[in-house]
Design a protein around this ligand. Structure first.
Ligand SMILES: Cc1cc2nc3c(=O)[nH]c(=O)nc-3n(C[C@H](O)[C@H](O)[C@H](O)COP(=O)(O)OP(=O)(O)OC[C@H]3O[C@@H](n4cnc5c(N)ncnc54)[C@H](O)[C@@H]3O)c2cc1C
Length: 387
């Protein structure tokens, strides 16, 4: 039997979930195909921060920071049980790459891009409070800045968004592996596989939200759409025994990269790395050298704390292919339509967990021209996400 939907979304990570929610909220019928499990890939292996991305100021990505801070505020309102403000600390040592005045300037700009809202305050901690910072070493410490950003449970957030999409009428098939799509007069004929066999569905438009599999999915769509050249860069995290009580720490590894030390489920999460990856995305695992790098960085700043390893995981960033260093590569989401007008296929490359809702709105806007007019069911900027 052949089904019929306005839209088929491939992938149920945060971007697929967000696209499904946006499209269902706009009044359309949507089918989501997920080959493994909701939030089973990148969207359960992030640093779990809902943030503007202070460090993106250095590479001049002001629009990304502004949009992310706006989305952070929306998420704090619509999902207060899933997204919480946490104090972030930036310790500045004699050896640190940045000087206190630079951090002060960066945090001031961050506050301005966040529209100087209530959460935008920052402060330099008095020396008397440095000993209260979870065992952070004070040797050669020159200043500690504190500001606020947010943390979430990435998998739980993705599950909440997909449930919201389902409550608006979206259909979810898990496991449902997208096999191929062929252009037909009314849109696409989509073939997918479930444990019960192969099925076909017709749709007006397609969203490719397959994360690191994005170009593999694109290659299964006829007529062929040229892929955007990308690079997969893995990021590893380790989980250590022992709780952090004061919040998140923004540390600097020996090579100058930022590494976060974060409270996580009563333990300590440390990440991340940047290691070029090739191979099957399903096989991504932290490498021994990455675990060592994270342990060393943690020990450098918290020399008195234990380093009992409880868990480790790695996820893949989808970054545009470029010559520049990975750390400074743009982190903006690319919503790539198959045509400048009358687009029927949008592929979502890269991006941030934080900006999923804005990304979904952009993808929907690109497809509007081919979708029929329908009365909207909800506004995702005010719709509460439930646990
Ligand atoms: C190490 C790391 C740390 C990060 N930290 C942060 C952070 O702190 N804050 C933040 O905002 N962002 C962060 N990000 C970015 C964020 O995690 C990602 O942008 C986001 O999770 C990507 O989601 P996605 O839906 O595009 O991809 P994924 O979550 O990978 O989902 C893609 C889905 O598509 C499915 N799929 C693939 N092929 C098929 C097929 N043929 N048929 C059906 N299904 C298919 C897969 O099974 C998968 O579930 C981080 C990323 C990394 C790698």
């Amino acid at each position: 039997m052949t089904g019929q939907h306005d839209l088929v979304v491939i992938g149920a990570g945060i971007h697929g979930a967000g696209a499904a929610q946006a499209v269902a909220a706009a009044g359309y019928s949507v089918l989501v195909l997920e080959q493994s499990g909701v939030a089973s890939a990148t969207s359960c292996r992030s640093s779990k921060l809902i943030h503007g991305g202070l460090r993106y100021l250095e590479s001049g990505q002001f629009n990304l920071v502004r949009e992310s801070l706006r989305e952070r505020d929306i998420l704090l309102r619509i999902a207060p049980q899933l997204v919480r403000l946490v104090p972030f600390h930036i310790p500045i040592y004699r050896h640190s790459v940045h000087r206190p005045w630079q951090i002060r300037a960066g945090l001031s700009l961050y506050a301005v891009l966040g529209n100087l809202r209530r959460h935008a305050w920052f402060a330099s901690l008095p020396r008397a409070q440095w000993d209260e910072l979870d065992g952070l070493t004070t040797r050669n410490l020159q200043a500690v800045f504190r500001y606020q950003d947010a943390q979430t449970d990435d998998a739980a957030l993705t599950q909440a968004v997909i449930r919201s999409a389902q409550s608006l009428g979206a259909e979810l098939v898990v496991p449902g592996e997208f096999l191929a799509a062929q252009r037909i007069a009314s849109g696409y004929a989509v073939r997918y596989r479930t444990p019960l066999g192969e099925t076909e569905s017709h749709c007006t438009a397609l969203v490719n939200a397959a994360g690191p599999w994005i170009n593999a999915v694109l290659a299964r769509i006829t007529p062929r759409v040229p892929p955007t050249a990308i690079e997969l860069v893995q990021g590893a995290h380790i989980v250590l025994d022992g709780a952090l009580h004061r919040g998140v720490y923004y540390t600097e590894a020996g090579d100058g990269r930022a590494v976060f030390v974060m409270p996580w489920r009563g333990m300590t999460l440390v990440g991340t790395t940047e290691t070029r990856f090739s191979g099957d995305p399903a096989q991504v695992r932290p490498q021994a050298a990455e675990v060592e790098y994270l342990l060393q960085t943690f020990h450098r700043y918290f020399p008195q704390r234990g380093m009992q390893l409880r868990d480790q995981f790695a996820g893949l960033r989808v970054l545009p292919l470029a010559e520049s260093a990975v750390f400074h590569r743009p982190r903006e989401t690319l919503c790539c339509p198959d045509a400048p007008e009358q687009s029927r296929l949008v592929s979502i490359y890269g991006g941030k967990l934080t900006g999923y809702r804005a990304t979904a709105q952009k993808a929907l806007a690109l497809l509007r021209a081919v979708l029929p007019a329908r009365p909207a069911r909800a506004d995702t900027a005010i719709l509460r996400l439930k646990d």
